[in-house]
Write a protein that binds this ligand. Structure first.
Ligand SMILES: [Zn+2]
Length: 239
């Protein structure tokens, strides 16, 4: 069996010929258990690229400016996120500093840059070098980016500090607020769908003649619905 055009259901592990999504179809479902195999992403590429780019700029603003300024009896103090990390490090809390650095700077930045690295070339119609490794890297770092947890911590701290000092919100606080919402949109995008688009681009390059709508529709129906109800091959059996 050719491996290029296969997809395994992540719920029941049945292996299918990958159905193409055409026309108004936006979701491919497993005929055996009904789980969603994947969604059509090509139409959402523009939106998610713009949102990722905007999130990257917001991220830079959030890192460059102070988060809050504290004013206690005329003594003011303010810090950026990185300044807070340096303070943690100097207070002998190196492990906490490294964890916060990874969760709020390194992993979110890696995700945004990696997403742009794959999204922009895919939009232009070619597959970038190291495509598979970059997508795996995105899936690895995604659960560890915790901007929203950090934002929650900052808000709780501000509420507690209000009784001790005058708290003046600075630019980075608003930037982190916006970034939390932007990340919520970015993580809704499943990077696995890029694999399907990349497969399609490779297939188109290998076979440059455009398919007619009639034969592609027939192929889609055949590929989508020919899985037999019993004796379906599973992913481990096919290696
Ligand atoms: Zn299934």
């Amino acid at each position: 069996m050719e491996h290029d055009n296969l997809i395994a259901c992540h719920e029941c592990d049945t292996l299918f010929q990958k159905p193409r999504l055409l026309g108004s179809r936006t979701v491919a479902r497993c005929p055996r258990c009904g789980a969603t195999l994947y969604r059509s992403a090509s139409r959402r590429l523009d939106g998610i690229s713009a949102m990722t780019l905007a999130a990257l700029f917001t991220f830079l603003i959030a890192q460059a400016y102070p988060i809050v300024e504290l004013d206690a009896n005329g003594i003011t103090s303010q810090t950026t996120l990185f300044g807070a990390l340096v303070a943690l490090w100097n207070e002998d809390m190196q492990i906490v500093a490294v964890m916060v650095f990874c969760a709020t700077i390194l992993f979110p930045l890696t995700e945004l840059v990696a997403l742009l690295y794959v999204l922009i070339p895919i939009r232009s119609g070619y597959v970038p070098a190291g495509f598979n490794q970059v997508l795996r890297a995105i899936q690895f770092v995604r659960p560890w980016g915790m901007i929203e947890v950090f934002m929650l911590g900052v808000l709780i701290t501000i509420v507690k500090m209000v009784s001790l000092a005058r708290v003046i919100p600075e630019a980075a606080l608003f930037a982190f607020g916006a970034l939390t919402l932007m990340f919520a949109v970015v993580v809704m995008f499943d990077p696995r769908t890029l694999w399907d688009i990349a497969d399609e681009l490779s297939a188109r390059r290998a076979r440059p003649l455009p398919r007619t709508s009639a034969d592609s529709a027939a192929a889609a129906v055949a590929a989508n619905l020919t899985a037999s109800p019993s004796g379906q091959p599973s992913a481990p059996h096919q290696g």
